[in-house]
Design a protein around this ligand. Structure first.
Ligand SMILES: [Zn+2]
Length: 231
């Protein structure tokens, strides 16, 4: 990370976490992602955390920053509760900020941009984030497989998987704040199925190339061919 300044800002009640532990985990995640894709194309970046009572795990990516919210109770119980969302949001630095589907260029902020591709922007980001945590030693192999198993079970237990495609789920993401739309017989999660499709893509590439290529090569190619500053 030579030449890049990473700032970590935390808004939390007293004694929620050890800041040095958080910083070490963030450094590990950022370094592992930069090594995985082969570059760290930023001079500065800010991780802005809010650990409050109540609330959910949320994150929002920006070009040079991310805002992340995690319940303080989860952090108190186990600081690793922050890892997945940190790895996911930081990988958006590439997948969506620098590598963006044509259907999202330019971003139209005055109305909903209907896109079929959100499953890749979000699902592949989650898949890479999970691989990064495994590589970095922040997830064990068993924890990685358990997570994959729960994703598969979750999708199998969602009846809407039989009639809603992951592209349809991407297009209708605007409805996802309505509880009726979130019912398992009404919609699937483009995050969940997108992550599983990306894992399957990785496995297929490894099989077809006899282990010589993988998802990593896909992202290295996308970054070198399409990675663009300033989005
Ligand atoms: Zn995301």
């Amino acid at each position: 990370m030579r030449g890049t300044v990473i700032s970590v800002v935390v808004d939390a009640p007293p004694n929620v976490l050890d800041m040095q532990k958080l910083i070490r985990r963030d450094e590990t995640i950022i370094q592992t992602e930069a090594d995985w894709i082969g570059l760290l194309p930023i001079r500065s970046y800010m991780l802005l955390y809010q650990f409050s009572d109540g609330g959910e795990v949320e994150g929002m990516e920006h070009s040079r920053a991310t805002a992340i919210e995690v319940p303080a109770s989860a952090i108190r119980a186990d600081i690793s509760a922050i890892d997945s969302v940190t790895a996911h949001e930081f990988f958006h630095l590439w997948n969506i900020r620098r590598i963006r589907p044509c259907s999202m260029v330019p971003v139209e902020y005055t109305k909903e941009p209907y896109t079929s591709d959100l499953w890749f922007s979000e699902g592949a980001t989650s898949a890479v984030a999970r691989l990064i945590l495994l590589r970095a030693g922040l997830l064990t192999e068993q924890q990685y497989l358990d997570r994959l198993g729960s994703l598969i079970t979750g999708l199998e237990n969602t009846p809407a998987r039989k009639y809603q495609s992951v592209e349809d789920a991407s297009r209708t993401v605007w409805l996802s704040r309505y509880p009726a739309y979130q019912a398992p017989d009404r919609s699937i999660s483009h995050y969940q199925k997108g992550e599983l499709l990306t894992v399957m893509l990785d496995l297929l590439i490894r099989k077809e190339t006899e282990g010589h290529k993988s998802l990593q090569d896909v992202f290295r190619y996308l970054e070198s061919a399409y990675g663009t500053e300033g989005r």
